[in-house]
Write a protein that binds this ligand. Sequence first.
Ligand SMILES: [Zn+2]
Length: 228
Amino acid sequence: MTNMIDVEIQYRLKFETFFHFGSGDGGLACDSGILRGNNRSYFQIPASSLKGMIADQCRTLGRIYQGFGLCKNAQDKKPGGRCSQQKTPCIFCQIFYEGFRFTSMQAPLKNTVVRAYVKINPASGTAEEKKLMFEEMIPPDYDNQDTLTIEGALPSTSADLAMTLLLGGLYLLNNAGARKSKQGAVRCQIQKINYSNETLTSAEVWQNRWLNVESWKKIEGMKEQAHG
Ligand SMILES: [Zn+2]
């Protein structure tokens, strides 16, 4: 029987440019339904989108640093491909497929904007037919007032490495989607970490505790490569 460590991370997001959650290519469709969800008249950031964004960053970290021990499926982004052969799933699958709860803000977002744009065919330089798109977006400088949380329990043997992965993923979220389109720049601020019986409120403390390890040096190196 393994000892489990309870983990709760509270963080806030600040959007610095127009930000859109969703596929980004809806053809003729207005995709605000993704954001409004079923029977909701207001706009809300889906927890599943946040979870997906963090997971993507963690997959990248897992590819860069094999020490995280991510299964091949997690590294390769195989749809639905959680590790099933092993008795104990890898850290990624424990966090993203088992029991961890990602809670989105409860408050409705106000002042969202709908933007329309056309897709330009690079060969002809003209607008492509049937490619007028509408997206509901979070405007720049939107600072959400609610706290988002990630909660779960990890075996004590792998809890430290899992925290490094999770915090690394959140750290890299800072530039999610910002490279290609100059859209989607977001700042993630970790406010409080409840870890077992401890409450950590200082960034310095959690950085020294979980990120000041060999894996983190590689993460920093990777971040420079990717965004430098
Ligand atoms: Zn796995």
